[in-house]
Ligand binder design. Structure first.
Ligand code: UFG
Length: 330
């Protein structure tokens, strides 16, 4: 099976590449524009998997290169992970998000239609739901994103739903909760340039010694200890969810939340590093971050029932793999 993976050198993409390379009869092509990833990841994937794959530096905004790639590639299936993903940046520079995410997806889908590639698995986000009165999100909740990042993902979802209705392309839309954790080898993880916005990349910098303490945003949320709670899904469980979709998408389309169903607060996470890695994270409380909500997590029943997938790993595995990656990348 010829598979195209967009964004394949990124945090989630690189782990998915390893999952795909473990499968029999997979001929993998990765494209990535390297805007939020490093070329060195390509060699790490080769090293860990001992398998070969094709790689092309390509920006999905470049329609002509994409068309050429599709003509040669004879792809059976596309995993579309490429996209800009910072909530904060999307509010500062919305045009970048419309261009990278929406234009990129339109070019990709046009190439698929031209070359008769029927199936796609798309990386979406629980951010599409926005803020709800009920904290346990199920797939049939209305989508009311409160930032441009979430809005661009919603628009791509709508496009995929329309293309499915028109019987042009079948799609599985995966709405991720908060991906976390690193590869068991300690060689792959999330390590953005500069000061990270998200919790785990920030903690990685603390473990590496690049930052001194965690700023905990808010201590008066309606949660057990006052700090924000999220559904953190181990990257390896997330990969498994994608792999379970390969057979499914051949038959039909679907939309699935991918999370564990268990919310953990920021203090739970700090304590988990102490308990499982014997590492103390220093922290101070700061005011709430604009746009943050108290708590949300996945209602897990749909993916379990239909895809036969549920998360197997918890905070222990997330903390230990994160710690190993941080120490190795010092
Ligand atoms: N937090 C801190 N300090 C930090 C960073 C985060 O206290 O330095 C808190 C936040 O207030 C929140 C929790 O940790 O309560 C998680 O925050 P993240 O920034 O890690 O993640 P978000 O829940 O804000 O979600 C965002 C996007 C998601 C994406 C996720 C991880 O909305 O789409 O980041 O990439 F999945």
């Amino acid at each position: 099976m010829n598979i195209l993976l967009t964004g394949g050198l990124g945090y989630i993409g690189s782990h998915l590449a390893l999952g795909l390379l473990k499968k029999q009869n997979v001929n993998l092509t990765i494209v990535d524009n390297l805007s939020n990833s490093k070329l060195s990841v390509k060699n790490k994937i080769r090293f860990i998997s001992s398998k070969n794959f094709k790689f092309k530096k390509l920006d999905l905004k470049n329609k002509n290169s994409l068309q050429k790639l599709f003509k040669k590639g004879k792809f059976d299936l596309v995993f579309h992970l490429a996209g800009s993903k910072s909530v904060k940046e999307s509010q500062i520079d919305p045009k970048k998000y419309y261009e990278n995410n929406i234009l990129g997806a339109i070019n990709l889908l046009n190439s698929m239609i031209e070359c008769n590639v029927k199936d796609i698995i798309f990386s979406s986000t629980a951010t599409v739901y926005g803020s709800k009165k009920i904290n346990c999100y199920s797939e049939n909740f209305s989508r009311e994103p409160v930032n441009t990042y979430g809005l661009t993902k919603k628009i791509i979802e709508d496009l995929l739903i329309d293309l499915d209705r028109k019987k042009k392309i079948k799609s599985v839309i995966l709405r991720y909760f908060n991906p976390a954790g690193c590869h068991a080898s300690g060689l792959l993880g999330e390590n953005p340039e500069g000061t990270p916005n998200n919790l785990y990349p920030y903690i990685i910098k603390i473990i590496k010694g690049d930052l001194d303490f965690l700023k905990v945003f808010g201590n008066n949320y309606k949660t057990k200890d006052g700090t924000g709670a999220r559904d953190y899904i181990h990257i390896q469980d997330l990969v498994d969810a994608h792999l379970n979709c390969i057979q499914f998408v051949k038959k039909k389309s679907g939309i699935f939340n991918i999370g564990t169903g268990k919310p953990y607060t920021v203090l739970d996470i700090i304590n988990s590093f102490q308990k499982h890695c014997n590492f103390k994270i220093n922290y101070n409380f700061y005011p709430r971050r604009e746009g943050d909500i108290d708590i949300y997590y996945n209602k897990i029943s749909k993916a379990k029932k239909i895809l036969g997938w549920s998360a197997k790993r918890g905070l222990k595995e997330i903390s230990q793999s994160t710690f190993k990656f941080a120490i190795k990348s010092k």
